[in-house]
Design a binder for this molecule. Structure first.
Ligand SMILES: Nc1ncnc2c1ncn2[C@@H]1O[C@H](COP(=O)(O)OP(=O)(O)OP(=O)(O)O)[C@@H](O)[C@H]1O
Length: 217
């Protein structure tokens, strides 16, 4: 289980949110919602350990993530705004690189994974020559080979067409049924027929709460 306890986030002396707590349990999907700039990406960066909270703690299986980063990273798949796709490598080379680095025990056929994300016939094309949606699909193909129980996905549907959204939704449902956990942001209305799908709405703090004296006594 992932647990965030009373998180506060400050950027450039501005309070983005405070006292934010959440739990993501096996089988659960949580969609984080809120207007542009409210702090969804910042929250995710705290949750994956790329930023440190101003206050509060993030725990994986009851252990602060800063105490055992290695175990946490092994159980986490994070897809941020930057897809991490290398433009000079082909779709297949990108996926193979990811597989060798993060899923060395994966035995499946990477061609069929790429076919599932709609990239059949484009396996050997340099990613730089693929469209934005196709490049996003190269990044998303990691989800098909991932053994990580926790997926944290920042706008996974960006540049993805309707059919691609449907395929991804099916994968999310399967992951939840297999007792995986998903935390995602999207401005899409999702169709996820799983028992444990909920939404977390982030709202902007009031103006008087927004400016904090970081470093002040
Ligand atoms: N690299 C940065 N340095 C300083 N401040 C930043 C940085 N990135 C974002 N911010 C600030 O944090 C606020 C929240 O940004 P964040 O990306 O977390 O919001 P978001 O809810 O994910 O927005 P969006 O829906 O547009 O992706 C922004 O309004 C911006 O002022």
């Amino acid at each position: 289980m992932l647990e965030a306890k009373s998180l506060s986030c400050v950027r450039e002396d501005r309070l983005l949110f405070e006292g934010l707590s959440l739990k993501v349990k096996p089988g659960q999907i949580i969609q984080v919602e809120g207007p542009n700039g409210v702090g969804k990406t910042s929250l995710f960066r705290l949750l994956v350990g790329l930023m440190t909270p101003y206050h509060g703690q993030v725990l994986w299986q009851g252990v602060p993530i800063s105490d055992d980063r290695e175990t946490y990273q092994q159980n986490l798949l994070y897809l941020g705004h930057q897809s991490g796709v290398k433009p000079e490598l082909s779709a297949l080379e990108n996926l193979r690189f990811y597989q060798k680095m993060f899923e060395p025990s994966y035995q499946g056929d990477l061609y069929s994974v790429l076919a599932q994300v709609g990239l059949a016939g484009l396996e050997d094309m340099p990613a730089a020559q693929l469209s934005a949606g196709q490049q996003r699909r190269v990044a998303l193909a990691r989800l098909w080979i991932s053994t990580a129980p926790l997926w944290i996905l920042d706008e996974p549907f960006t540049a993805i067409d309707k059919n691609g959204v449907k395929v991804l939704e099916q994968l999310f449902v399967k992951h939840a049924q297999d007792q995986g956990m998903i935390l995602l942001t999207t401005h899409q209305d999702l169709n996820l027929p799983v028992a444990d799908f909920s939404k977390l709405a982030m709202i902007k703090p009031s103006l008087e709460d927004m400016y904090v004296g970081v470093g002040a006594d």
